[in-house]
Design a protein around this ligand. Structure first.
Ligand code: AMP
Length: 320
């Protein structure tokens, strides 16, 4: 199952310019058998596959974190636990051959791509991770049970792979915050690293779901990134001005059905306190036809011109 790591000067190694294929592991037993031969540190990138340029940035960051002796392992698993009936579980794109090819080109050592039956042999598990109150807001409000499903599969993957580092995208900011919180709350000795959102040249955040969009849908979807940019530009005027500018663009696009637009404290995902100054996130979720997209951008809020600088109060509030 395992392939020894090439030693300097050893041969035959991969030919220059020819990417070595990663190990393809499809069972927990195969993963367990291959795991001891993976050089440390082991860096995990959890994905649902249909890999695109955003995932590629995670793979490159993971390769960097792993260093010359470490290993990158990518999981490809469309997790049924995080989809509700009527969502796109069945039509979610599955492109394993292309995914493995991208992993090869990014120097990934192993791809773990289990089936749903392999991950959930008893079907729906009885014991799942409760994401707590932040798991009920924003994505959790519009997709009930979503974060229970996400955190359950992430915790399973962390136990199965036992990585030193796991890499997540800032594109899914609430997920990233909740993974960090879970790792802290249950005392996992794993470093969570994050990678800024990758966008296409027109501004649309890359996503496996973008392939559902027609050209007309895509033109509508661009209001999301345009609105986020408009909002971020108002940072010096404070939170309400940021939100107003983002909403004007996003809610002004008739083709979008908006679930939420909000300015949140990235540490808590709660609303920023009135007069708060400091780092924040503008978050948005909306549907274009039947395709649901999420996006966010960081923004630094200045105290509102006639407001108080309450950064200290906001931090205190975040600690409780
Ligand atoms: P997914 O396959 O959609 O579950 O995403 C797997 C990982 O890739 C998650 O940590 C995402 O946040 C990250 N990701 C997805 N799209 C992007 C993007 N455009 N930029 C950065 N990270 C991304």
């Amino acid at each position: 199952m395992s392939r020894p790591r090439p030693q300097p000067g050893s041969s035959p190694g991969p030919q220059p310019g020819v990417a070595a294929s990663p190990l393809l592991l499809q069972t927990k037993a195969a993963l367990a058998a291959a795991r001891p031969a993976l050089g440390a540190p082991v860096v995990l990138v959890p994905t649902m596959g249909a890999l695109h340029s955003g995932h590629r940035a995670l793979l490159a960051a993971a390769r960097e974190q792993a260093g010359p002796d470490g290993s990158v392992i990518v999981s490809v698993f469309v997790n049924p636990l995080q989809f509700r009936p009527g969502e796109d579980l069945d039509r979610y794109p599955r492109t394993l051959d292309d995914d493995v090819a991208m992993c090869a080109s990014e120097g990934v050592q192993a791809v773990f791509a289990p089936s749903a039956a392999e991950m959930y042999p008893g079907g729906q598990p009885d014991v799942t991770v409760n994401p707590g109150p932040v798991g009920q807001t924003f994505e959790g409000e519009f997709r009930p049970g979503f974060f229970d499903g996400v955190l359950t599969v992430v915790l399973k993957l962390l136990h199965q792979v036992r990585p030193d580092v796991a890499v997540f995208g800032e594109k899914d900011a609430q997920q990233l915050m909740l993974v960090r919180r879970m790792v802290g709350d249950v005392d996992l000795d794993i470093t969570i690293a994050s990678v800024p959102t990758v966008r296409d040249a027109d501004g649309l955040a890359t996503s496996s779901r973008n392939r559902y969009l027609s050209a007309a849908d895509r033109a509508v979807a661009l209001a999301l990134s345009r609105g986020l940019r408009a909002g971020a530009a108002q940072g010096p005027l404070g939170g309400p001005a940021v939100l107003a500018a983002a909403e004007k663009v996003i809610r002004g696009e008739a083709g979008l059905t908006v679930d939420y637009v909000a300015v949140v404290d990235p540490r808590t995902f709660g609303p920023v306190a009135p007069g708060y100054a400091g780092p924040a996130l503008i978050v948005v979720a909306a549907r274009v036809g039947s395709t649901r997209l999420i996006d966010n951008v960081p923004v630094v809020l200045a105290a509102e011109p006639d407001g108080r600088d309450t950064e200290g109060q906001a931090s205190d509030a975040a600690d409780h």
